[in-house]
Design a protein around this ligand. Structure first.
Ligand code: MN
Length: 726
């Protein structure tokens, strides 16, 4: 066991920051020691052991002074007479905020809940914490409690272990702190399923010798090859942690022998270029298992994890996994967000800091602009869920709503019967207005009355969620049918007037029956008007089909229809496509030919799934054009003007080449340099020394795609690059 004394803590912090404020740390330790005086942990040891151990865990992550002071004091407000005001006065506001946050989070009750509830709980944690250091202390606090869980009753052990797995380990994962995550998971498993834990531990130790030898042989081969191509790499066997073995064995019903990545090698290199070079070397030495290559360097995981993963068939037909990453990526993989907050001794130049900010900026809101390394952490606040708010029902269920939601949204989120009968609301025990802005952690109680005759139309303006709006609309639809029919007729008449046509020209009973009622499932014409009246069906939807029919039967009268279309704006569909004459329709890019901007394209009106966009030369479209029925369903579509979207499009390429060494590495390296994400790759070699490499990449225009194709074609050995079609 490590030396967990205060003296050892001082030594540890001085080793990574000689200028660490030892005086402040000492005062915090003395306050914690006297505040917890006489208290014992369940293990029978003096209480101070716990905050001290928590501070040690954070010092191992090389965190700043306020984090460690916060760690030492994290239980004093909860368990002793000391107040937040005392802490702030003695150690500054920043420590006060941290200790307050930790204390507040301890109050969130965890009970065994459904998955959605647990996800909400995790988010609520983050939303309430505000300062990421609060979460780091909470994680270290839980880690130490799990390490000393033996002293608890068996029931308590299971309860804590479950909570750890579902809330804390998941949080550590989200923040990319895999070292802490693994330990939390393994400790949880030990209490949740002691039998499985022992079984895995035993079978791993049985095979340890054999496995170590196997990995050593592979590493020796790698080392030899690497020195030939002149690449420096740190190579090591990677031990898979118990919980992930457990998950694979039980969730995928596999025996321990069937788990590929029990055997794993990790290579840590100096540069990204070297990563791809090592990948190429590995694939030349061993046959890659299809579908197991993942490029998390070009496409980092949401928690910023970066690495290349591949699984290859090793000696004796035993597959093994290889992970390749740079030193920097490795640090982030182990410590996640904490890696970016480590104290760095006077070395952090501006560019280094910019990089950090960019990384964290993706998940955090940065409050102050000018930050130097010393107050870097102080100025970072969590706002991961700025657009969501988490509130409680009186029973303690967490309800997750968009930020800015009101009690009306809350009521309809629970049940429309409650929403429709809502007479008032209590928030945290006090009467509130219906337009009150719900805050994280509010306890909301809806008061209902049977005297209420449904929602008010004004609520539509107050509510924020589409769920509430839909339910209110539904109520009006049902309750106000007559009103809606009149309104619907009126809306249609107004539009007819605007386009200069009469009701009798368009509303021929047989057309209405065939084109509108049947299509939308209405029984009567009144149903249709009612739907238009309450907003369930747009006027445009009703009229466009009738106008089309009119146009077809009055070919010569087309001139009369010109004003109908001329003032219609082309509207964007959101995926970079403009559909002629149709607004707000569902548009998707077809999977069979993956069009990219610049391609000639055509739209096809599907049954019930909107318009699918194909390349004009797509064989599926060509086939459709020949069919009588198909012709009427093709529609003109355009690419939106450049610069508007910036969306990415998938394109699949087939590269035919002579089978030569290093080609795959050259291709992935080239794409990396062009900053073009690679989302899939698989290869096929034939007996006559040919190789076919299929890659799927993300491009944002046809021009970009053409450049890629050209560059690929120029690689040595490649003789054809084609775009896959259907
Ligand atoms: Mn604690």
């Amino acid at each position: 066991m490590n030396d967990r004394t205060f003296e050892a803590l001082v030594k540890k912090v001085q080793s990574y920051n000689p200028k660490f404020d030892i005086e402040k740390l000492t005062r915090a330790y003395e306050l914690a020691e006297s505040a917890h005086e006489g208290q014992l942990r369940n293990t029978g040891e003096p209480y101070i052991i716990h905050p001290l151990a928590v501070a040690h865990i954070l010092a191992d992550l090389e965190l700043d002074c306020d984090s460690l002071v916060g760690a030492l004091l994290h239980d004093v407000v909860e368990d002793t007479d000391c107040t937040i005001a005392d802490v702030s006065r003695e150690f500054g506001d920043s420590v006060g905020i941290i200790v307050n946050g930790v204390t507040k989070l301890s109050k969130i009750q965890y009970t065994n809940k459904e998955e959605q509830q647990i996800e909400n709980l995790r988010k609520m944690f983050l939303a309430m914490a505000k300062d990421i250091r609060v979460i780091l202390i909470k994680l270290a606090d839980r880690l130490h409690n799990m390490r000393t869980l033996k002293a608890m009753s068996e029931d308590k052990q299971r309860e804590k272990a479950r909570e750890t797995l579902e809330v804390y380990a998941a949080l550590a994962h989200r923040l990319g702190m895999s070292k802490i995550k693994w330990e939390l998971e393994d400790l949880s498993l030990r209490y949740l399923d002691p039998v499985a834990y022992k079984e895995i531990a035993d079978s791993i130790s049985q095979k340890r010798k054999e496995r170590e030898q196997y990995i050593e042989d592979i590493i020796a081969t790698f080392r030899q090859k690497l020195s030939e191509i002149g690449i420096q790499a740190q190579l090591m066997g990677r031990a898979k942690h118990f919980y992930s073995i457990f998950r694979k064995m039980y969730a995928q019903n596999k025996s321990i022998d069937e788990i590929y990545d029990l055997f794993a090698v990790r290579a840590i290199v100096d540069s990204v270029k070297d990563c791809y070079a090592v990948l190429g070397m590995v694939h030349e030495l061993y046959y890659p298992i299809p579908g197991r290559f993942k490029d998390y360097i070009a496409m980092p995981k949401p928690n910023m994890y970066q690495s290349l993963h591949t699984t290859v068939m090793g000696p004796n037909g035993i597959p093994f996994e290889v992970q390749i990453r740079t030193k920097e990526m490795h640090k982030i993989a182990e410590f996640g967000i904490a890696a970016h907050w480590k104290y760095k001794e006077g070395t952090s130049g501006q560019s280094d800091m910019d990089e950090k900010l960019e990384w964290i900026g993706k998940i955090l809101e940065i409050q102050n602009e000018a930050v130097d390394s010393d107050d870097f952490m102080r100025t970072l606040k969590i706002d991961l869920f700025a657009d969501e708010v988490f509130v409680f029902t009186p029973k303690g269920d967490v309800i997750n709503l968009p930020a800015g939601s009101t009690p009306i949204d809350f009521a309809f989120a629970i049940h429309s019967a409650i929403g429709c009968r809502m007479a008032g609301v209590r928030v945290n025990g006090k009467i509130a207005t219906l337009d009150y802005n719900l805050q994280n952690g509010d306890i909301v109680e809806i008061m209902t009355s049977s005297a209420m005759h449904g929602p008010s139309r004004d609520w539509l303006k107050i509510c924020k969620t589409s769920q509430a709006r839909t339910k209110i609309n539904q109520w009006f639809k049902k309750e106000r049918r007559e009103e809606n029919i009149l309104r619907g007729r009126d809306m249609i008449d107004k539009e007819l007037k605007r386009i200069g046509m009469s009701h009798s020209q368009l509303f021929k009973p047989e057309w209405v029956e065939k084109l509108v009622l049947k299509k939308y499932g209405f029984h009567t014409e009144d149903d249709m008007y009612a739907a238009v009246g309450f907003g369930g069906l747009t006027v445009n939807k009703v009229l466009s089909r009738l106008k089309e029919e009119y146009r077809l039967t009055h070919k010569n009268a087309e001139a009369a229809l010109v004003p109908l279309t001329s003032n219609k704006k082309k509207k964007s569909s959101g995926c970079g496509i403009v559909v002629e004459d149709i607004e707000n329709c569902l548009v998707r890019l077809s999977r069979c030919c993956n069009p990219v901007p610049g391609d000639n394209i055509v739209g096809y009106i599907t049954r019930g799934r909107g318009v699918s966009v194909h390349r004009a030369d797509c064989p599926n479209i060509k086939a459709e054009e020949k069919l009588e029925a198909g012709a009427g369903r093709l529609i003109q579509v355009y690419w939106e003007e450049a610069g508007a979207g910036g969306s990415a499009y998938l394109a699949e390429l087939q590269i035919a080449s002579y089978d030569r060494q290093g080609l795959l590495a050259e291709i992935t390296g080239m794409l990396y340099e062009m900053k073009i994400p690679l989302s899939a790759v698989h290869t096929k070699t034939t007996k006559d020394q040919m190789a076919y490499i299929y890659i799927t990449i993300e491009v944002n225009s046809k021009e970009q795609l053409e450049i890629v194709v050209k560059k690929l074609s120029n690689l040595g050995g490649v003789f054809e690059v084609t775009r896959s079609n259907a």
